[in-house]
Design a protein around this ligand. Structure first.
Ligand SMILES: [Zn+2]
Length: 529
């Protein structure tokens, strides 16, 4: 094959690859290699093919052979560097990147990546010249390098070159590097925040690590963001360590909302087995600092670890705040209802009354002439009041004295300040309601079983709770505000809730979205006989 013919073949192979006709492309490159066994570009392209097929070992050999044939083959070097990055082989990646910056002194992205790698491998002194180099390159306002030469990965068919970089990660964009150079720290923080919103957690990590080396190692807020990033990347041990470090460096991060409560290092809390089925096996699903949404009043650990039970699937807080501490927390926040992430309750009275009416209409439809109703966790008594107004014999129980006082003052309502376990078993009701209560209970399954005994045969249980796999929950994922509610101890999926209700002796009559939204759902159930 003449040189021209080989160049033509190379192009046609690259075109085939860009159309994702991988096997056909491979045949073309193989033909070239039969003619010219040491053809560097063809070897590199074969390496890319095997990389996209997930065979790193073969890909590594081919990239190395491409470099044996031509040690200045930048694409092969970049691809090899990316291969080592994805395999976590940092020393090998550094070797490649060092060669790239020698060959291509304009490449600020590689300089910045090299700086980051030195930080990660504990050699910050070596990082500094490369960061300076990348900043100098930026100052010279050179055009973006490598843009058109991003390599094909099977998920991005729109890329049309086989040669070039396999898509690299963890590099800082030009603008962020400029902000570092110009010491525009607020801009950097804003960038981090928007990357968190967009779930670009590797970017967040990269920016934060630059900060630690080139700005300060003791900025609590940066460790807080590293905690968010590690949680987003499901590295939960790291997330926990970062959040603790953030709080040690800046104790006011225990109250991100108001910056009044401080971190207290130790809290009254205990490790627990599953608070529903009492099984011991669980896995962590979320580690976060709750204080961005709610102040923990220095009583509850601002770092919340959510775990999922292997047996029943319930998600619960572990460690769990001790009962005493939580009760003190409830009484501290009782006067502030009236604030927090749910806004001022006074402004929501009409909405809450409307919602109570809608719920009562449903209950009346399913109720077969039911007459008595008990609302557990009645709050300020709006549901109880609405039921009374509609002719029900309604009672509400509520543990928080401030709520009972409010109900009396506002509606002339006598809520009983007692626990439902103190109700004697011969006091039975046609309907028991449990709105936004179960997620606060320390023994949700045991409690449902007990509540069953308070209901007449064929009577109804109605409950509402946030549901993790609701449309809202699926959309918001780790940004879902319910992860941040200090007093919530559990989080149900729809199926876990259904299983719990069945195990407690209920059959489901209707499931619907709660008018309160945010993925809350209502479960209407009948006591099984
Ligand atoms: Zn369980």
């Amino acid at each position: 094959m003449a040189d021209e013919a080989i160049e033509e073949a190379l192009k046609s192979g690259e075109k085939l690859f860009s159309r994702r006709q991988i096997d056909e492309a491979e045949t073309v490159f193989q033909t070239i290699l039969e003619q010219v066994p040491g053809h560097s570009e063809a070897l590199n392209n074969m390496g890319v093919i095997w990389y996209t097929r997930g065979d790193n070992e073969k890909a590594e050999k081919l990239f190395s052979r491409a470099l044996d044939a031509n040690r200045d083959n930048l694409e092969a070097l970049s691809n090899l560097a990316e291969l080592y990055r994805s395999a976590g082989r940092q020393d090998k990646e550094i070797e490649c990147l060092k060669k790239i910056v020698v060959l291509n002194s304009d490449d600020y992205i590689t300089s910045s990546r090299l700086a980051l790698l030195y930080v990660e491998t504990g050699e910050p002194a070596k990082a500094l010249p490369h960061l300076n180099a990348s900043i100098d390159l930026l100052s010279a306002q050179r055009p973006e390098t490598n843009d058109a030469r991003q390599l094909a990965n099977p998920n991005t068919p729109e890329k049309d070159l086989v040669r070039g970089n396999i898509k690299g990660q963890s590099t800082l964009d030009r603008q962020t590097l400029r902000h570092f150079r110009d010491k525009k720290f607020n801009e950097i923080i804003k960038t981090i925040q928007s990357r968190v919103q967009d779930r670009l957690y590797e970017d967040v990590e990269a920016i934060c690590k630059h900060w630690l080396v080139f700005v300060s190692t003791s900025t609590g807020y940066i460790f807080y963001f590293l905690g968010l990033a590690a949680n987003g990347l499901q590295e939960f041990d790291k997330a926990l360590a970062y959040h603790k470090r953030a709080l040690e460096l800046d104790p006011a991060l225990a109250d991100l909302r108001n910056r009044q409560s401080k971190y207290r290092y130790t809290y009254e809390e205990s490790p627990t087995h599953c608070i529903g089925c009492e099984n011991d096996g669980f896995e962590t699903v979320n580690v976060l600092n709750q204080s961005i949404a709610e102040d923990n009043k220095e009583l509850i650990n601002p770092v919340r670890q959510w775990v999922r039970c292997f047996r029943c699937g319930l998600i619960f807080a572990n460690p769990i705040p001790n009962e005493e501490a939580l009760n003190r927390y409830y009484s501290r926040i009782a006067g502030e209802k009236f604030g927090g992430i749910y806004g001022n309750i006074e402004e929501r009275l009409d909405f809450l009354a409307d919602m109570s009416r809608t719920r009562l209409e449903k209950i009346e439809r399913h109720g077969n002439g039911a007459a008595t109703i008990l609302d557990i966790g009645a709050g300020i008594g709006i549901f109880t009041k609405t039921a009374l107004d509609r002719g029900w014999q309604a009672e509400g129980i509520e543990l928080t004295p401030e709520d009972c006082d409010y109900a009396k003052e506002k509606f002339g309502l006598e809520l009983k300040q007692e626990n439902f376990y103190d109700l004697s078993e011969n006091r039975k009701y046609d309907v028991v309601t449990l709105f936004e209560v179960i997620e606060h209970l320390r023994h949700p399954l045991k409690d449902l079983k007990y509540i069953n005994t308070l209901i007449h045969d064929n009577g109804l249980l109605v409950l509402a709770t946030p549901i993790l796999d609701s449309a809202y929950g699926n959309e918001t994922k780790e940004h879902n505000p319910f992860w941040y509610v200090v007093s919530h101890l559990s989080y149900f999926t729809r199926n876990v809730m259904i299983n719990y209700l069945r195990e407690a002796g209920f059959e489901i009559v209707e499931i619907c979205d709660s008018p309160e939204g945010m993925g809350r759902m209502e479960f209407y159930c009948r006591k099984s006989t």
